[in-house]
Ligand binder design. Structure first.
Ligand code: FES
Length: 187
């Protein structure tokens, strides 16, 4: 009588056949764990970048570009009023020294200046006086130079200049940059 060794009741080769699915399961488990870890990392980085993107987007969304006019439609030395939908009043002036480019179709944004038309002293309306080459506030005789710097009157005493806004020209159209979160405000 021949006794079979304990634990080998399935005969030669049975153990090898039984190991294959076991190894396959281990491989699948390892692959699954790796996928879960990778997914976690991607999710973590994704959340980070989503938060960063939202911050950057909201920062950019704080300001917007508004169409003003055809850039060449404003003559050198001419000044036009502009009011944003949120009520911000601005005076946009094409500098007189840009006269040489009157006929040019590629006039530069640097040829223009956008300044608040609200006096920083007590809020009266400031207007451009081309003949005097200055901005003037009639309430208390406040005077500003063409760049919005205070020259005399209360704004000079208080060191208050006219706030300036960025401009750009795209395909001959003049645009002004305005804050979008100032509905109803004036500057
Ligand atoms: S409000 Fe303009 S000078 Fe006083």
């Amino acid at each position: 009588m021949v006794l079979e060794p304990e634990g080998n009741t399935r005969g030669p080769g049975a153990g090898g056949a039984g190991d294959a699915p076991s190894q396959e399961r281990r491989s699948l488990l390892a692959a699954g764990s790796t996928a879960i870890m990778a997914g976690g990392m991607i999710g973590g980085y994704g959340t980070f970048f989503a938060m960063a993107g939202r911050y950057l987007y909201s920062s950019a969304a704080d300001r917007t570009w508004l169409f003003v006019a055809d850039a060449n439609g404003i003559a050198p030395g001419e000044s036009i009023p502009f009011e944003s939908p949120s009520g911000i009043r601005v005076t946009i002036t094409r500098k007189a020294e840009s006269a040489t480019s009157t006929e040019s179709t590629d006039v530069q944004a640097e040829s223009f200046l956008a300044l608040s038309s609200v006096c920083p002293h007590l809020g009266c309306r400031v207007h451009w006086e081309q003949q005097n080459n200055r901005y003037f506030c009639p309430c208390h005789n406040g005077v500003f130079d063409p760049d919005g710097n205070p020259v005399s009157g209360p704004p000079k005493a208080g060191g208050q200049r006219l706030p300036r806004y960025a401009l750009q020209i795209v395909d001959g159209a003049l645009y002004i940059e305005m804050p979008t979160q100032s509905v109803g405000q004036q500057s």
